[in-house]
Design a protein around this ligand. Sequence first.
Ligand SMILES: Nc1ncnc2c1ncn2[C@@H]1O[C@H](COP(=O)(O)OP(=O)(O)OP(=O)(O)O)[C@@H](O)[C@H]1O
Ligand SMILES: CC(=O)C(=O)O
Ligand SMILES: [K+]
Ligand SMILES: [Mg+2]
Length: 561
Amino acid sequence: MTPSITSKSLRFSFSIAPSHSKSNPYPKIPLPNPKFHQFPQPLLRLKPISAVQSKLLVPDAGAIVVDRVTEAELKENGFRSTRRTKIVCTIGPQTCGFDELEALAVGGMNVARINMCHGTREWHRQVIEHVRRLNEEKGFGVAVMMDTEGSEINMGDLGGATSAKAEDGEIWTFTVRTLGLDCPDRTITANYDGFAEDVKVGDELLVDGGMVRFVVTEKIGPDVICCCTDPGMLLPRANLTFWRDGSLVLERNAMLPTISSKDWLDIDFGIAEGVDFIAVSFVKSAEVIKHLKSYIAARSPKNDIAVIAKLESIDSLGNLEEIILASDGAMVARGDMGAQIPLEQIPSVQENIVQLCKQLNKPVIVASQLLESMVEYPIPTRAEVADVSEAVGQQADALMLSGESAMGHYPEKALAVLRSVSLRIERRLREKRHSTLEVQTMSSSLHIGIQEEMCNAAVKMANKLEADALFVYTKTGHMASLLSRNRPDCAVFAFTPNSSVRRRLNLRWGLIPFCLSFSNEMESNLKRTFSLLKARGMISSGGLIIVVSDQLRSIQVINVP
Ligand SMILES: Nc1ncnc2c1ncn2[C@@H]1O[C@H](COP(=O)(O)OP(=O)(O)OP(=O)(O)O)[C@@H](O)[C@H]1O
Ligand SMILES: CC(=O)C(=O)O
Ligand SMILES: [K+]
Ligand SMILES: [Mg+2]
């Protein structure tokens, strides 16, 4: 039988062999230290989908729909070994084609992110269309996240070049003139009209939070003449900040709106295209989130777009709790955050945000530079693996790839590293917890709610009884999120009749979202679920399951018949 997915995706996506395997997991690439590649991740093989099967993927009333990769994982590794930490991949020129997107989906991408800083709406529409088609025709369950540009100060798009190198001591011109494609050498446009007025001679100009630095030597009308003091690579639309006497100059940024007029058009585009998440860049207060949520509620009849607050502006750090409470999730956007606060503060800010999100029951994504060296190289640095391990150890809901998947040379390998490190660290956490007999559940901290108490109790039981899985029947996804919040030892099967709820649950730690219509009759729901899952080889008789549901105030403990 010929696999329906490309041989390329099979070769790369599930190529990390178990340590006893003789095959080289990274063909054709010299391995400086082969041991490093022996992430103990079992090989998975996705069964090819025939044309007839492909039709069956369209859910009918009696069917159960689950992401194909998770299904394969469940069949091969059983309940306990599914990956709990979710993965967001930024889509860019390296990964926007249908086959490349499929390879990422096969590799375990849960959410595809498009960044409205780059590319045209037509380009983004094409990506969304590809993701939809993959889900519909090939049985994946990938959600789409649109990330707004925000109105911080950015460079222009380098006259179409993919990058430019600034060398030490070189003189570059930053200008507010409109240059189009015939951009003179060593000239960069800045996107905000007041730029030339606001900077002063002697100011330091930081590109991408300090990846490249300049000092302002002269101002001539719309042109700001600068000397490069820290050489490096300039990327299109990179963020610009300027510093005076050792402090970030913030006055101008404070006057810029969080959501610009261009962002509102992008948001309309996102609503029209039915994206699952809108991530708002440079959020400073809860107000902007509330404003956007009411806009979406008015514009999108089903109101099924989740709003993610990107925490990257220094102004957000004083209002974290109210921003997170107003949002449907948060992102620790370490890239731009690193341009606004000293780098050594980022790890503790990350830890605080992750803990706060868990407490407030909001999904949290840790983003930027997780595997930055993999933009250029096929293996990560040891330090990057340690950073990923730290985020997985904090039990963040999701990890995000940026340049690694958007424009790097090894998107699928970067994804494979996130997957392997997640699996390894998650297992280690469970083993550690088990050896100390520690049962950890969240304390009740939301407004006292019956559902929260039930979910806390269900997770405590599942951990103590070493249940094989938690089942939750949920219309809105809320009960499922309350189980995930406790980070249980076993996987959570979340059954929902609503396909957009199912896609949004993709971002939640440890949840395996299924689309399934169900009635108010729990007994018949369970009977049907068991027989559907058994028929697909996803569960077997004897397994211990703890069941909760939106509709019933009871916790059931059941052995799979
Ligand atoms: N749609 C795209 N078209 C072209 N290049 C892209 C696209 N999306 C991302 N990239 C490239 O990948 C890099 C990393 O992507 P990412 O989305 O993290 O960008 P960013 O501008 O650093 O993020 P943000 O604007 O959210 O802070 C970008 O700097 C850009 O060079
Ligand atoms: C992801 C993002 O926006 C950042 O890290 O700046
Ligand atoms: K952005
Ligand atoms: Mg950013």
